[in-house]
Design a protein around this ligand. Structure first.
Ligand code: BGC
Length: 538
């Protein structure tokens, strides 16, 4: 087996676990692969839409003309925010089929068209129903982009930069939130409904940019290969890697993709001989069996860890800040819309800046220890806010310093989330599944993320208005439980190969995979690339 294939099956698309040196390699990889980098960077506009749509609502819902236009109870308010996440939950499930059938690229285009429709509904909303419909539609697009963009990025990337590219997506999310917060801050001074219509409409630019721009970027070579478009796959590889199609490196990578596609097919034949022969019924059965496999011993533990990590990523309370920061700051005694929006803008900056170390040093820091340390700080911050609020919530006037102490705690909280639970919450579920179960495993962990996100968005305003400081006690408890969970249930996955994952989680899938892989590799060792003579035979 070639080293790069070993690398692909060991670390695969998402992580790069080679210690401190690897970080340099990833940077080097970006410099060496400018076209890949530009493509992945461009595709991560999808992450910006994710963050923007999540972040924009926090300031908008506090604006005077918005409140006048949409008078709402706190439950309705929660639903207007949360319905985006419900749409995203649906979108993440629904995008797997078009991504395979019509390509990752066209699925991004479809998602952008849906995004434009949703944004127009939101920006032009005349009543709450329009607004909710718009947010649900946008949510479907955001959920779809959050599944397909990282998939596309990882499939065009050479293995050594794939991990950094996934973190790039998280960075894009935080950038989207940041932009939204500051656009809200700027627009609050407008003296008409344009105050909130502009921030809601501006996201249309992102949708148009991504939807049109992505058409100028290549198809995923892996997708092309899986559809039998082998020559095109070769041309795309040559363009991405900036080498001629007969270059040995290009031919080797083409062969590796060919082997990996054949590997998936072979595995399917091996496991489900009764569903071979094509046809809708067989295809559906094979798809369903893939989900059933996730509940087998060894695999179920991975699925559970992935879903529970996503659960804690949301239930630690970060999105209560992202969605309701101005409300929370007002509840902490900050008076005036400008001040609370300003304080919210700072949340966005801290969230963005504190994500950088992880993008740069993801593989130098251990996942487990980082989650534990950050979880402890997050528990502490929520506990301090709860105590101060309990003491002063009826008497903020004259105790502004206590209010500001709480604001400072929210900043420390968000910084700890940003370098740990934000990115690592996505990375671990992406690295624990063997390749063939990854798409389905990740679709479940991602949908778990969106469902929990939905619940938090829905319950936060209700909790703030009904139990006050109890809201922070609630989040402190989940932060604490997240630490316990990581200590006892999450193994350190940094630097582990696919075979190690089987040792860590039990089950023998990787060994079986490996045997099949080796057999296929032998079978295709002499394969020649279409349209090109085998090296040395000219
Ligand atoms: C989470 C989002 C959150 C964002 C904040 C992401 O990892 O999944 O729900 O809003 O981080 O930066």
């Amino acid at each position: 087996m070639s080293d790069s294939i070993k690398q692909e099956y060991a670390d695969d698309a998402i992580v790069h676990d080679h210690g401190p040196k690897k970080t340099t390699n990833a940077l080097r990889g970006f410099i060496d692969n400018p076209f890949v980098f530009a493509t992945a960077l461009f595709a991560s506009i999808g992450g910006i839409t994710f963050g923007y749509d999540q972040g924009v609502i926090s300031g908008v819902q506090e604006m005077e003309t918005f409140v006048q236009r949409f008078p709402m109870s706190s439950t309705e308010n929660g639903f207007v925010v949360a319905i985006l996440e419900l749409g995203a939950w649906a979108g993440s499930w629904l995008s797997a089929y078009p991504a395979d059938r019509f390509s990752r690229k066209y699925t991004i285009v479809i998602a952008c068209i849906i995004f434009l429709i949703g944004s127009a509904f939101q920006g032009g909303a005349q009543n709450v129903s329009y607004l909710m419909a718009g947010r649900f539609i946008c949510g479907m697009s955001v959920g779809s982009l959050s599944t397909v963009v990282p998939m596309y990025q990882s499939e065009i990337a050479p293995p050594e930069v794939r991990g950094s590219l996934v973190s790039l997506q998280q960075l894009a999310i935080t950038l989207g939130i940041l932009i939204a917060f500051w656009i809200n801050f700027g627009c609050q001074y407008i003296d008409s409904e344009a105050q909130w219509r502009i921030p809601l409409c501006l996201q249309i630019i992102l949708g148009i940019l991504l939807g049109i721009g992505i058409l100028f970027f290549p198809f995923s070579p892996r997708w092309l290969m899986s559809h039998g478009r082998e020559e095109e796959a070769l041309k795309v590889l040559s363009k991405l890697r900036r080498r001629p199609i007969d270059h040995p490196v290009i031919q080797e990578e083409w062969r590796e993709i060919k082997i990996s596609v054949e590997f998936d097919n072979e595995l399917e034949r091996h496991q489900y001989p009764q569903y071979q022969g094509g046809g809708v019924k067989n295809d559906v059965m094979i798809g369903l069996m893939g989900y059933r496999d996730l509940f087998r011993p060894g695999m179920f533990r991975r699925l559970a860890i992935g879903c529970v990590l996503m659960f804690f990523q949301q239930f630690c309370g970060t999105n209560s800040l992202i969605y309701y920061a101005p409300k929370i700051f007002q509840s902490l005694g900050l008076s005036g819309q400008t001040i609370s929006l300003l304080a919210t803008g700072v949340v966005g900056i801290i969230n963005f800046v504190a994500t950088w170390p992880t993008v740069m040093f993801l593989d130098v820091m251990g996942r487990k220890i980082t989650l534990i340390v950050a979880g402890c700080f997050m528990t502490l911050c929520m506990a301090i806010i709860a105590i101060i609020s309990a003491l002063y919530q009826d008497n903020w006037v004259g105790n502004e310093d206590k209010g500001w102490a709480c604001v400072a705690m929210t900043y420390v909280f968000i910084a700890n989330f940003a370098y740990a639970w934000g990115p690592i919450g996505w990375v671990i579920p992406a690295e624990i599944f063997p390749l063939r179960a990854r798409a389905k495993g990740m679709s479940i962990t991602t949908s778990s993320n969106w469902m929990c996100n939905f619940i938090i968005a829905q319950i936060t305003p209700v909790m703030l208005s009904s139990i006050g400081y109890g809201t922070y006690v609630f989040f402190a408890c989940f932060c604490f439980l997240s630490v316990i969970f990581v200590i006892f249930f999450v193994p350190e996955t940094k630097g582990r190969s696919l075979e190690d994952m089987d040792e860590l989680f039990g089950g023998g899938s990787a060994k079986t995979d490996n045997e099949i892989l080796q057999r296929i590799e032998q079978q295709y060792s002499g394969t020649y690339v279409p349209g090109i003579e085998k090296p040395g035979t000219a």
